[in-house]
Design a protein around this ligand. Structure first.
Ligand code: G1P
Length: 271
């Protein structure tokens, strides 16, 4: 099953990254030598995506579009059509994804949150697509998390044992307390969705924090027995917080510059 379209929500203002995000949107914050969102588009391109729908806000959408088009296509992205769509109001992640509904139509699609960057050599989208029963069910990317991480993520409700890295899910809860967490399996920001998710998002009432929560739509997919999970074997770099951005810069910097940077880092630690 090949999935040729990705939705990349990039309209969030990034309150956890203030003051950096007072003017610049968090999707445009630099990690090593490129904005965070470029990593997501590159990852989608590696998975065979031909169309990347980027959900932008009114203020910064034009900057994101310009980044990808100003001097011609970026290397490696020549075959990807970048299509911006504006989320008119900041009503939550579910609302942002739903802004792409008319462009996706009835296709099964990848969804990538630009806050989360995969480790080099550890792409997650192929395993999600492989678990989607030929694009007929939605698949979440999951990872066993620490207590500290768990309360900051959506958490999956398992409906089966894990077999060969996959399990059936009956729902998900957005940022539960530790006591209320239905499992240790947190949602990383990578998903395969069938177009059914749009029909659910359309009807959804505001949830946690008064926002239209993507996790609430996921929960409904689980209730309908249309949801699976894939337990990833590698973690993901979360650039949505200052320390996460710093960690991602070190990991991606070491990957890009090799011993030139690693040697400096070791010397620095010892000094
Ligand atoms: C969002 C989702 C959450 C998911 C997380 C992944 O939260 O709402 O379910 O686990 O991304 O990073 P946010 O990080 O936007 O608060």
């Amino acid at each position: 099953m090949s999935i040729d379209v990705a939705v990349i929500p990039a309209a969030g203002r990034g309150t956890r990254m203030r003051p950096a995000t007072r003017v610049v949107s968090k999707a445009l914050l630099t990690v090593v030598d490129r904005p965070a969102i470029q990593y997501a588009v590159e990852e989608a391109a590696r998975a065979g995506v031909k169309e990347a729908i980027v959900v932008v806000d009114l203020d910064t959408g034009h900057l994101i579009s310009q980044h990808f088009s100003l001097e011609g296509p970026l290397p490696g992205l020549e075959d990807v059509q970048l299509r911006p769509v504006v989320q008119e109001e900041p009503l939550g992640l579910g609302h942002a994804v739903n802004a792409a509904a008319h462009m996706v139509g009835d296709r099964t699609f990848f969804c990538l949150l630009a806050d989360d960057i995969v480790r080099p050599g550890h792409d997650l989208l192929p395993s999600l697509a492989a678990g989607s029963h030929d694009g007929r069910v939605s698949v979440l990317c999951l990872r066993e998390l620490t207590d500290e991480q768990l309360v900051t993520k959506g958490v999956a409700v398992p409906a089966s044992e894990v077999e060969d890295g996959y399990l059936d899910l009956s729902g998900a809860v957005e940022k539960p307390s530790l006591e209320a967490a239905p499992s240790r399996l947190g949602l990383l920001g990578r998903y395969v969705f069938t177009s059914e998710v749009f029909e659910i998002l359309e009807q959804l009432e505001p949830g946690r924090g008064g926002e239209i929560q993507l996790t609430d739509a996921i929960n409904e997919l689980g209730r309908r027995k249309r949801l699976r999970g894939h337990v990833a074997t590698s973690d993901i770099l979360d650039v949505g917080t200052p320390i996460g951005l710093l960690e991602a810069s070190v990991v991606l910097g070491e990957h890009q510059f090799g011993s030139e940077f690693s040697t400096w880092l070791e010397d620095e630690r010892e000094s």
